[in-house]
Design a protein around this ligand. Structure first.
Ligand code: ATP
Ligand code: MG
Length: 769
């Protein structure tokens, strides 16, 4: 490591510096969160380039997400400038796609291959199951695809696996046939599934030694971040790329070349992808497979305050079977962690929004310094709703905003076609969702019939007998039209009921429910969340019709993008948060059933993995950490009592400043507190609020009151600083400032009882006094 410019070493502590300067075949850095692992990796890359030990093309750096890759590239470029160009900083998947495309000809397939996502995969398998006849009992598209995925991640192919199982088991035999068909179909379609990208690259590198040798010769330095989350196939890929190159393989070499130097950094406490086949044993295996490996530990944390770190250490300390770490910081205790218990997810969201206003109003923090985490995507709906109303710009990282999600658009399209039979756009959206055999040709025939007779598309569906279509398709169209007509005829019906019935009788929920794909489980949760929203809307507005609901919801859904010059608050799942850091972090929904998630808690090791996930969340925070939960949670279309997560008790009480403590902590010895809550008098929910510095504006039974109310558009309301206003939920207050233009105007209001709030004037339930 001679000659590494001082500016690349200056900001590093001793072990970090050692890690940057170390030269040798293999280096393993194991260290806790925020100890500078990624920083060391970045500086190592910069050092290799600055000393000209390596060209940028000789470096392969693997990150876990594309976002992390972009960040690392930016930092390296910042450190060494132009030199960084052409370097491969990629995720495993994108590196493999690159290799596969470049070598397609050599490997014997077309460069233009497509990549099947999980939806494509399941559609294909479904077709194959059908083709083989209904005799394959117990095999569903979901279970088959999950099993294929697992086996591919373990680097099995059809033939190798076939030799390991006894085909006397009819289920295994049937599965094998399907897998064979499936791979043949992929090959015929010139396509790969996601898992193929890695496993096929490994197989091909093994099968084509000359090609493999070229990559080994090329990549002299391979660095892997978040190493604890690599699976067997990814590990094999690393092994392939780091083998030595011999002249036998590559005659143009002047002599044999040693394998690339390999640096991996990881933290077994942050392993959160076991469900995707990640295996922490990779860390122990590393020391076995690369016996010359140098191991460096980092113990100083540079990210978080001591309070945050102590909470993290306490939580993760409850996982046994781990190497104890001694993470410390010299940055001081910092602010206490703030805790909050809301009546509902909506109430919790209001707390988050209020705190963000507080944190950012002083000017020391901007929106982009703030992140809100949750365990499941369905939780974002309440958060987004309040953020929109509070005029806080936000983005959903690695996901889509609630009302922009496909399943929510589908569900809304069903409602819109019921409310407005002439809306052809919505009708087209749901025509074949879920799949009912109405393809583009049929749709075109319907449209042609509609055009010819000057009737609506819906009418054409009703009159499908006039069109020459196959009997099956015609029946499907008739059924759908009848279903929609049935509800169109009942405009006064409870919108929540309408949605629930539509989703179930159309087969929409069934199709999601039957699929074991975790993504579909999430989609189902979102649909059910929407059902909960509509139900609650009706509860709040007993006379409201479906049309009222649609009008109000579309106002929120279509709230224009806010001015985001001050950045945006980041919303993301705990899984997506890995590797990132923010000045202020909110972890929401810290409840049993959510964290640990009820599915994960049932699996072996699941409870410990969920704890690691919580640990990952806590350790993202630099200065301010907020932990929140709700006493009731809308899920699966209904509002249920929720109990505080067992993990909350693991944080020493002195570290948390509870604004409103959970009224009862989880009962010991596995008894769930849920039952107790349900039976307790309602008042006890409120006890926490007596100590609240800010009196709460709302009574518990109005927990969703702020969400969706009567239809309004205030864009034209004139408001000026000094004006007095009354807000439906927050009471009276004085306008402090008005910013933004037209539909994006935002009022900052100091309420007499409820404190300072930001309101998007357009949709705020306010009147001038
Ligand atoms: P994680 O496990 O969460 O991925 P990490 O170990 O990769 O964390 P980094 O993200 O590299 O940690 O570093 C955490 C923070 O500490 C970053 O803001 C980084 O710039 C800073 N940091 C790391 N080392 C030092 C140092 N020696 N001096 C000052 N700041 C440092
Ligand atoms: Mg990192």
């Amino acid at each position: 490591g001679d000659g590494i410019p001082e500016h690349l070493l200056a900001g590093l502590n001793r072990p970090q510096r050692e890690a940057v300067e170390h030269r040798g075949p293999a280096l393993l850095i194991v260290a806790g969160a925020g100890s500078g692992k990624t920083r060391v990796l970045t500086h190592r890359v910069a050092g290799l380039l600055a000393t000209r030990e390596a060209w940028s093309s000789q470096i392969l750096a693997i990150t876990f997400t594309n976002k992390a890759a972009a960040e690392m590239r930016e930092r390296v470029e910042h450190l060494v400038g132009e030199e960084a160009r052409g370097m491969w900083i990629r995720t495993f998947h994108s590196a493999c796609v690159r290799i596969l495309r470049r070598e397609a000809e050599e490997f014997g397939f077309k460069e233009s291959f497509t990549i099947y996502d999980s939806g494509d995969v399941r559609a294909l398998i479904k077709r194959l199951i059908k083709q083989r006849g209904a005799d394959i009992q117990g095999l569903t598209p979901g279970s088959v695809s999950a099993r294929i995925s697992k086996l591919k991640n373990e680097l099995h192919d059809v033939d190798s696996w076939a030799r390991t199982v006894s085909l006397e088991n009819p289920l295994d035999a049937a599965f094998l046939e399907l897998w064979r068909d499936y791979d043949a179909e992929l090959r015929r379609a010139n396509a790969f599934d996601f898992d193929d990208l890695i496993s096929q690259t490994v197989f091909l590198l093994r099968a084509f030694p000359r090609v493999a040798a070229q990559y080994r010769k090329r990549f002299r330095h391979i660095l892997v971040d978040e190493y604890q989350d690599t699976n067997a196939a990814q590990y094999a890929l690393i092994r392939e790329l780091t083998k030595p190159v011999t002249r036998a393989e590559l005659p143009e070499l002047r002599g044999d070349l040693p394998g690339a130097s390999l640096t991996v950094v990881g933290d077994s406490d942050q392993s959160i992808y076991a469900f995707r086949g990640a295996d922490i044993r990779n860390i122990t295996d590393f020391e076995r497979d690369f016996h010359d490996a140098r191991v460096i530990m980092l113990e100083q944390n540079y990210r978080s305050t001591q309070n945050i770190l102590s909470a993290a250490n306490a939580v993760i300390g409850n996982n046994f079977d781990r190497r104890a770490k001694n993470l410390w910081t010299d940055s001081g205790d910092g602010a206490k962690i703030i805790g909050f218990t809301g009546y509902s997810g909506h109430d919790e969201a209001q707390f988050v929004a209020d705190e963000i206003v507080e944190l950012t109003s002083g000017g020391s923090m901007s929106y982009s310094d703030v992140a809100v985490f949750y365990r499941t995507n369905a939780q974002t709906r309440a958060l987004e709703e309040v953020l929109i109303r509070t005029a806080i710009p936000y983005k959903v990282i690695g996901g889509t905003k609630f009302y922009e999600r496909a399943e929510i658009k589908d569900a809304m399209a069903y409602l819109i076609t019921v409310a407005n039979p002439d809306d052809a756009l919505s009708l087209r959206r749901i025509m074949n969702v879920p799949k009912r055999g109405i393809g583009p040709a049929t749709e075109a025939a319907l449209q042609a019939h509609a055009d010819e007779h000057r009737i609506s598309l819906r009418d054409a569906m009703r009159r499908v007998d006039e069109i020459a279509l196959g009997p099956k398709v015609a029946a499907a169209i008739k059924d759908l039209a009848a279903l929609l007509d049935e509800f169109s005829a009942r405009p006064e019906a409870d919108p929540g009921e309408v949605l629930r019935e539509l989703m179930s009788r159309s087969g929409y929920t069934d199709q999601l429910r039957r699929s074991p794909d975790p993504q579909d489980a999430a989609r189902l949760e979102n649909v059910e969340e929407l059902v909960a929203v509509t139900r609650e809307f009706r509860r709040q507005n007993p006379a409201a019709t479906l049309l009222d609901f649609l009008t109000e919801t579309s106002l929120v859904a279509a709230a224009d993008e806010l001015d985001d010059s001050g950045g945006q608050v980041s919303l993301m799942t705990l899984h997506t948060a890995k590797g990132l850091e923010f000045d202020a972090v909110f972890i929401t929904g810290i409840e049993e059933e959510l964290l640990p998630h009820r599915m994960a808690a049932q699996e072996p090791g699941g409870e410990a993995e969920e704890r690691r996930l919580f640990y990952v969340g806590i350790t993202r925070a630099r200065q301010r950490l907020h932990l929140s939960l709700a006493m009731t949670r809308a899920q699966f279309g209904e509002v249920n009592p929720a109990a505080p997560s067992r993990y909350l008790e693991e944080i020493p009480a002195g570290l948390i400043d509870w604004r409103t403590p959970p009224s009862t902590m989880r009962a010991p010895s596995g008894q769930r507190a849920v039952g107790r809550w349900r039976d307790e008098p309602r008042e006890s929910f409120v006890t926490g609020y007596r100590d609240s510095p800010k009196p709460l504006p709302k009574a518990p039974k109005k927990e969703f009151a702020n969400m969706i109310t009567e239809v309004r558009d205030n864009s034209a309301m004139v408001l000026e600083p000094g004006d007095r206003i009354r807000h439906k939920d927050f009471g009276e207050g004085r306008v402090q400032a008005v910013t933004g233009l037209d539909k994006k105007r935002v009022a900052e209001v100091l309420f007499d009882g409820a404190g300072r709030k930001r309101l998007l004037i357009k949709i705020a339930p306010i009147e001038k006094l």
